[in-house]
Design a protein around this ligand. Structure first.
Ligand SMILES: [Zn+2]
Length: 154
């Protein structure tokens, strides 16, 4: 029984391979012999062959691809919109906070400024930013006469 089932498995595999034209002459002979002796496999082979023939004979139908297949689902696109709006609002808010901080700092009295400078004052007026950015830019020009320093205020 098991031997027969195994040969039937091979026969069904051979049937599909035969339809694809992949069987060797030897395999085709084996299949033919099996189909002569085994009625179920012969029925199966006829059915598969008929279905395959039908499918292959049927005219090709054009595949209609809807244009909106690649668009995001409405729900997802709404979510993306919401996130984008929220991010934009947050960015503007952060910018406003930073800008107001900068304004406040700019209005703050500068200690050790030119007006309040005393001899021996420790504060350095050239650097009033936390990052140590210079208040004025030193432009050095190389001229034939030598090095000249020019101070440019902002
Ligand atoms: Zn069989």
């Amino acid at each position: 029984m098991e031997v027969r089932a195994r040969s039937c498995d091979r026969a069904t595999e051979f049937v599909s391979r035969e339809l694809d034209g992949e069987l060797s002459m030897f395999e085709r002979a084996l299949l033919g012999r099996h189909l002569q002796r085994c009625e179920p496999c012969a029925v199966y082979a006829r059915q598969v062959a008929a279905v395959t023939e039908m499918v292959r004979a049927a005219p090709l139908e054009p595949i209609r691809v809807r244009n909106d297949v690649w668009r995001l689902p409405r729900r997802v696109s709404r979510l993306v919109q919401k996130v984008a709006v929220t991010a934009a609002v947050a960015a503007v808010g952060i910018w406003l906070v930073v800008a107001s901080l900068e304004t406040t700092r700019g209005r703050a009295p500068v200690t050790g400024g030119v007006a309040g400078s005393k001899a021996g004052a420790v504060t350095d007026d050239r650097h009033d930013w936390s990052a140590g950015l210079p208040r004025s830019m030193q432009v050095v020009q190389l001229l034939p006469g030598g090095l000249y320093g020019t101070s440019l205020g902002y």
